[in-house]
Design a protein. Structure first.
Length: 168
């Protein structure tokens, strides 16, 4: 997955609207479905927990299905890209110990994975205004740059491929 510049204003606006819309849809749909199920299948004991739970599950499935169906829509371009980037970075994070150890031994693939992780994290943190960890990231980036210089390796995040993780 390539790193691309994301318009922060557009991303935040679309993400907030999407989040609000999903919350409203979940609330309205689960109430409508629950009330419909209770009206169709009343429980003499007065406990309708299972119908309410089914209403919430069906609503969640409908909203999830709609999001999946429209994920490539122009309105969701930035939101879907950031979601995929977060998934990609999570895969790297799960193997971070092995990747860091391999990078210290001079493995160029591991260094490229780290470069991608740092660059992607920097992009996400700027989008989310999470500047608290940027200093720590700068230190790690300097360490990686020193390693790359030591082993005479050029790191270009455009060369990153998720299959490199399988090699580590």
């Amino acid at each position: 997955m390539k790193l691309i510049a994301v318009d922060k204003e557009r991303y935040r606006k679309h993400f907030n609207r999407l989040l609000f819309g999903c919350a409203v849809c979940l609330a309205v749909c689960s109430l409508v479905i629950s009330y419909t199920l209770i009206a169709l299948f009343p429980d003499p004991s007065g406990s309708h927990f299972h119908w309410n739970a089914i209403g919430v599950l069906i609503s969640a499935a409908l909203v999830g299905g709609a999001l999946y169906h429209y994920r490539h829509h122009e309105y969701l371009t930035e939101v879907y890209y950031v979601w995929r980037l977060k998934q990609s970075l999570n895969k790297i994070t799960r193997k971070m110990r092995k990747v860091e150890a391999a990078a210290k031994q001079g493995n160029p693939d591991a260094m490229l994975i780290l470069q991608y992780s740092y660059s992607g994290s920097r992009l996400l943190w700027k989008l989310d205004d999470n500047t608290l960890i940027m200093d720590e990231l700068a230190v790690k980036q300097t360490e990686l740059n020193n390693l790359a210089e030591k082993y005479n390796i050029t790191l270009d995040v455009d060369n990153y491929d998720e299959q490199l993780l399988a090699k580590i």
